[in-house]
Ligand binder design. Structure first.
Ligand SMILES: NC(=O)c1ccc[n+]([C@@H]2O[C@H](COP(=O)([O-])OP(=O)(O)OC[C@H]3O[C@@H](n4cnc5c(N)ncnc54)[C@H](O)[C@@H]3O)[C@@H](O)[C@H]2O)c1
Length: 257
């Protein structure tokens, strides 16, 4: 038996990086996984099926409310229940605050904040009908502290942090069996880092950056976050809600040097 056997999980932004790794780990541990992404992700779902897991992929822009309705209706039709929602889809809009346009700010908020809100709003009724569940919102250490050049991203991730706690309390008060926690990754090697250097096309050297900034001395990999997602999705974390799980090699604990 896997750690999430029998559960149905929906993972957004699952074509790449942390979302893809989370979908793979959840499937490996026995969940039926519905992967969604605004970009093509059939290959990720096919890879899971080839490894013996249960997975499907659906095109899904998390900022579109009507599409959320279709996705959740599809999960109910196909699987009859929803136990785990991983609100992972995200983008990083970089730029000094004086350079950011209102359009860029709103796009950042639309994907990282509206997307998480809509996910919770549309998934919660089905989760409640399923007898409970676990909502996992991917925030960031940028949701715990500021970062120059990333004000919009930090604002969006801080918003996810407190939204998570409020949803956790609403669910607890409703005694609906739904838990809601946030995960705060540090420096994880994924394509998102291509978005975060303002005015530069040079890829960041994550190894060099991590050697200096991360107490453990190395960058994280998507599976490091997927393993935290697995724990929060599983019944091993059944007494945790409203919690912020930091997975950052010690970055936010203190200054490495
Ligand atoms: N990589 C890191 O170091 C790091 C650190 C902290 C937090 N995070 C967070 O982890 C999450 C996953 O990011 P990642 O690092 O795997 O990056 P990634 O770019 O590899 O994955 C993000 C995925 O989200 C999808 N996406 C973007 N906009 C979308 C939309 N409107 N609707 C649906 N899907 C959309 C992308 O297509 C992509 O597949 C994000 O929320 C990110 O902010 C990442």
């Amino acid at each position: 038996m896997g750690r999430v056997s029998g559960k149905v999980a929906l993972v957004t932004g699952a074509a790449s990086g942390i979302g893809r790794a989370s979908a793979e780990v959840l499937a490996r541990e026995g969940a039926t996984v519905v992967l969604t992404d605004v970009q093509a992700g059939e290959e990720a779902a096919a890879g899971i099926r080839a490894a013996g897991g249960k997975a499907s992929f659906h095109k899904h822009d998390v900022t579109r409310e009507s599409r959320w309705g279709e996705i959740i209706a599809g999960v109910e039709r196909e699987h009859g229940r929803l136990d785990v929602l991983v609100n992972n889809a995200g983008i990083a809009v970089a730029g000094l605050v004086t350079d950011l346009t209102l359009e860029q700010w709103r796009h950042q908020m639309a994907v990282n904040v509206d997307g998480v809100f809509l996910g919770v709003k549309w998934a919660l009724p089905l989760m409640r009908n399923s007898g409970g569940g676990s909502i996992i919102n991917i925030s960031s250490i940028a949701g715990l502290r500021g970062a120059a050049g990333l004000s919009a991203y930090c604002a969006s991730k801080g918003s996810v942090r407190l939204f998570t706690k409020s949803v956790a309390l609403e669910c607890a008060a409703a005694r609906d069996g739904v838990r809601c926690n946030s995960v705060h990754p540090g420096i994880i090697e994924t394509p998102i880092w291509g978005q975060v250097v303002p005015g530069s096309n040079e890829p960041l050297d994550l190894d060099a950056m991590s050697a200096v900034r991360v107490p453990l001395g190395r960058k994280g990999m998507p599976t490091d976050i997927a393993n935290a997602v697995l724990f929060l999705a599983s019944d091993d974390s059944s007494y945790m809600t409203g919690e912020e799980m930091v997975v950052d090699g010690g970055m936010t604990v203190g200054n490495p040097q």
